[in-house]
Design a protein around this ligand. Structure first.
Ligand SMILES: Cc1cc2nc3c(=O)[nH]c(=O)nc-3n(C[C@H](O)[C@H](O)[C@H](O)COP(=O)(O)O)c2cc1C
Length: 145
């Protein structure tokens, strides 16, 4: 299976996750990680893993724009989403908010089959080992689809 991880990152946190996910699955699948401006077509990708940090209560604009620009291609793909944010630190109190403001804008722009979503707690360029491990396990399970 060819897996494409497509993400953007201002301070490097989402990038750390993208690279860790790549490392976790590259023994089992052909996988590349790209920042949104580094990839022009998703043609060869069977599974697209989209990664977005949250800024000012929404996913980073460049990721939303990428999904809009590649909307047609994404219709034919399996897609998984991960977001990196502070808010998840507040636990179930903010669950609804995260789903509606952080995940929904991404989902709304994807008309392919969404096979997984993951919310990770990230700092500014800094992410806990536990979150990296969580992302790796999540990505590994995506390969079953
Ligand atoms: C200016 C700024 C605004 C942010 N806004 C939010 C926000 O609205 N909600 C949230 O949960 N996290 C927010 N965050 C936290 C980021 O989503 C988090 O630090 C993330 O790990 C950054 O990812 P990056 O390093 O890949 O850019 C904000 C961070 C900064 C620096």
């Amino acid at each position: 299976m060819k897996v494409c991880i497509v993400y953007d990152s201002r301070h490097g946190t989402t990038e750390k996750v993208a690279k860790a996910v790549k490392e976790a699955i590259e023994r089992y699948a052909s996988v590349e990680a790209y920042k949104v401006h580094e990839i022009t077509t998703l043609e060869d990708c069977e599974l697209v893993i989209v990664g977005a940090p949250i800024y000012y209560e929404r996913p980073l604009r460049s990721v939303l724009e990428f999904l809009e620009e590649h909307s047609d291609e994404l219709k034919k793909k399996k897609v998984a989403i991960f977001v990196v944010c502070f808010a998840v630190a507040f636990g179930s109190l903010v669950g609804w908010h995260i789903q509606n403001h952080y995940i929904k804008p991404l989902k709304e722009r994807i008309h392919g089959e969404i096979v997984g979503t993951l919310v990770l707690r990230g700092g500014i360029g800094d992410i806990g080992e536990g979150e990296i491990e969580k992302a790796k396990r999540w990505a590994f399970r995506l390969l079953d689809f």
